[in-house]
Structures are given as structure tokens and as C-alpha cells.
Ligand binder design. Structure first.
Ligand SMILES: [Zn+2]
Ligand SMILES: [Zn+2]
Length: 385
């Protein structure tokens, strides 16, 4: 089969809007798969590309002699249907429904071999052009190589991605739900259940009630938390959090402090999961204040790459045995955990449809991100025909 033309949302530099471009896709080579995307979540991580929190502007890259990150196709939270597979692909065939995973699993690196596939070495170079398989490109814009975010590029009607980056899912589960699971649900749920290690009866606080936070709340409920305090400055999001299992709410970490002290007889929370749109170093001190002795604070929200300063009381760590834990992808292993979450959705134990606030066509993607910036969505979703 020859390559296809398809439409994609491309970002050309930091600070610009998404442009809908017609791009050329080469056919899949060995170990690769041509996917027709069905849905893609508007995750905050793609917004971090546009704001420069997680990307280097072209002018800065040029001045430093670094490879450019732009132009790049956005999107790393997707689902779709396999159109065609390249040589050697054994786990997928045309017609299969798939979830994307921004952490591939090569199965051979140190991290895959120690059951932490979310840290697979193939997760490197997410912003550079080229396939995981052989480093060459299948995505082209007017003859120029295109990067595709997380080696997925879900803001496109079609993409060519590595078999490693796809997980087969049952074809009777709706593909919007699958798209949400592939990043936000796994990350939020896992940050609470796996990384924070919630125990039955814990008091848990979740800071930031967006796509990650709502799933941290659902995870905390399923893990048996006694109290779940939803912290967010936006009134309607705090209210919505009760649908997912929150038992209390507060507009900020500072406001949550007297509340948490009261419901824990002065001890402080056992776990705090931080999932704000942009995690700032300034939040760390108040976060550590909210947890009690032996408490765990998990940082799952991305920060700006140049924010290198955090204020904290070192005494809280050494004298009170508090823990600060980073968290990528909820410490979840997508190939095992995407089916696990699908199972909980099927049995009605977690809510996914209720996470979707608005749906958009590819052409309306900039509206979708404007709504994200203005706190109008828990999750916006791009839906393809
Ligand atoms: Zn994401
Ligand atoms: Zn690996």
C-alpha cells in the first residue's frame, strides 16, 4: 500500500496556535502500524508544548545548536482502529481496536525488565522526529520531517506508530473512554492507588481536580480512603469531584489545612496527590504541611521545565519521615493496567463517560484548548469521523 494523506493539528513553535495541516504519511515499516484515530483527549501536557513549559522555542534551539522540537503533531492520549500493519507485527491486525500508550515497552531495557515499563528507555526523545523502530520518519509536511508527540501524534486522523506504543483493547468498549484511559485515567488513578500507596481508612487529599485529579479521587475511593479532600480553586470542579468520590473540599492547600487537621484529629493527611494544571515549586511547602508524620506526597502534575526552585522544610523529611514522590504515568504498566481499568469501567466501578465535558472536531482544537485554559472542562475530547 502507498502512503496516505491525512489531516493533523501541528504546532510550529512555542506560543503559536494549532494549525490544521494536510500531511503525508509513509506506509508502516517493520514493527509499525497505521492507525485511524477515533478519539483524542485534550490533555494538559500538549498545552505545555504550546506554552513552552515543556518545549524549547525554535529560536532558542537554533542559538544553542539543539535539534528543533517543532513542527510537531500534538496528542498523546488516543484510541483508534488498526488500518494496516508492517512486517513482523504480531500482536495486532487490521480492524483491531487499540489504545495508545505514551510509554512504549521495548521489553528489554532495565526498566521494562524490572516491571516499570512506564520508565522504558524508548520513552526518550518524545519531541524528536523519527520512529522508535529505526529512527527514520513517516510523517511529512511539504517534504519536511514532522515530530509527533510521544511518538503517537493523536491530534491527527491517521498516524504511523510503533507496535510497542499500542495496546489491543476489546472492540465493544467505546473508543472515547479508551482514549481517556490511555493517559489521564492511568496517570491519575495510578498516582493514588499505586504511587501514593493508599491504605484502607486513609485520609487522602487531591490538589487539582482536572483530568488527572478526578481519577486520583476515583482511585482513592476504590482503595478504601476514609476521607477524600478535593482541592481546586474552581467551584464547579470541586462540586463535580463529589460525583467521583470526594467527601470534603477546599479551594486551596492553605484552606484545606484546618479542615484536614480537624478530620484527622490533628494528625494531617496520610496521602496527598498533586495534580494541578501546572505544578509549581512554590506549592511544595504547603503540600508537606498538609500531610502528617509518615505521610506521602505524590507529584503527578507537570511543572515548567525551567522551574527549578522549591521551598520546603527539610526537617519535615528527616524528623517526621514525610515522603515526596515523583510520579510518571501513575507508575502504571499500560499493557497490564489498561485492561485492568477497562475491567473496572465495564463493571461500573469507575466513571469515564462523566469525565468528558465537551467534544470537539479536529478543526475546533484551538477552542478546546481555550476552554481548558478557562477551566471549562474536566476533559475535552477530539472526536474523529
Ligand atoms: Zn496526558
Ligand atoms: Zn523498555
Amino acid at each position: 500500500m502507498r502512503g496516505v494523506k491525512t489531516r493533523a493539528a501541528v504546532l510550529h513553535d512555542v506560543g503559536e496556535k494549532w494549525e490544521i495541516e494536510t500531511i503525508d504519511l509513509d506506509p508502516p515499516k517493520a514493527g509499525e502500524v497505521l492507525v485511524k484515530y477515533a478519539a483524542a483527549g485534550l490533555c494538559h501536557s500538549d498545552e505545555h508544548l504550546a506554552t513552552g513549559d515543556a518545549a524549547v522555542p525554535n529560536a532558542v534551539a537554533d542559538a544553542k545548536g539543539w535539534p528543533r522540537q517543532f513542527p510537531i503533531i500534538g496528542g498523546h492520549e488516543g484510541s483508534g482502529v488498526v488500518v494496516e500493519v508492517g512486517d513482523g507485527v504480531t500482536t495486532l491486525k487490521a480492524g483491531d481496536h487499540v489504545s495508545t500508550t505514551f510509554a512504549p515497552s521495548c521489553g528489554r531495557c532495565h526498566y521494562c525488565q524490572s516491571a516499570r515499563t512506564y520508565l522504558c528507555d524508548n520513552t526518550a526523545f518524545l519531541f524528536q522526529p523519527g520512529q522508535i523502530t529505526d529512527g527514520t520518519s513517516r510523517h511529512w509536511l511539504n517534504g519536511q520531517e514532522l515530530a509527533f508527540y510521544s511518538k503517537l501524534g493523536c491530534f491527527a486522523e491517521h498516524s504511523v506508530v510503533a507496535e510497542q506504543s499500542l495496546v489491543k483493547v476489546p472492540d465493544y468498549i467505546n473508543l472515547e473512554a479508551i482514549a481517556l484511559i490511555s493517559c489521564g485515567v492511568l496517570t491519575g488513578w495510578g498516582s493514588a492507588v499505586k504511587r501514593a500507596g493508599i491504605e484502607v481508612g486513609d485520609t487522602v487529599a487531591v490538589m487539582g481536580c482536572g483530568g488527572l485529579g478526578m481519577n486520583a479521587i476515583q482511585g482513592a475511593r476504590l482503595a478504601g480512603a476514609r476521607h477524600i479532600v478535593a482541592i481546586d480553586p474552581v467551584d464547579w470542579k470541586r462540586e463535580k469531584a463529589y460525583e467521583f468520590g470526594a467527601t470534603h473540599d477546599a479551594p486551596s492547600l492553605r484552606d484545606a489545612l484546618p479542615l484536614v487537621r480537624e478530620i484527622t484529629w490533628g494528625r494531617g493527611a496520610e496521602r496527598l496527590i498533586c495534580t494541578p494544571g501546572v505544578m509549581k515549586g512554590d506549592y511544595i511547602k504547603e503540600a508537606l504541611d498538609l500531610i502528617g508524620k509518615g505521610g506521602v506526597c505524590v507529584i503527578a502534575g507537570m511543572g515548567a521545565s525551567l522551574d527549578r526552585t522549591a521551598t520546603l522544610s527539610v526537617q519535615h523529611l528527616a524528623a517526621w519521615s514525610k515522603e515526596l514522590r515523583g510520579c510518571l504515568y501513575g507508575a502504571m504498566n499500560p499493557r497490564a493496567d489498561i485492561p485492568r481499568i477497562i475491567g473496572l469501567y465495564e463493571s461500573g466501578q469507575i466513571k469515564l463517560d462523566e469525565l468528558i465535558t465537551r467534544r470537539y472536531s479536529l478543526d475546533d482544537i484551538n477552542q478546546g484548548y481555550e476552554d481548558l485554559r478557562n477551566d471549562r472542562n474536566v476533559r475535552g475530547v477530539l472526536v474523529f469521523d
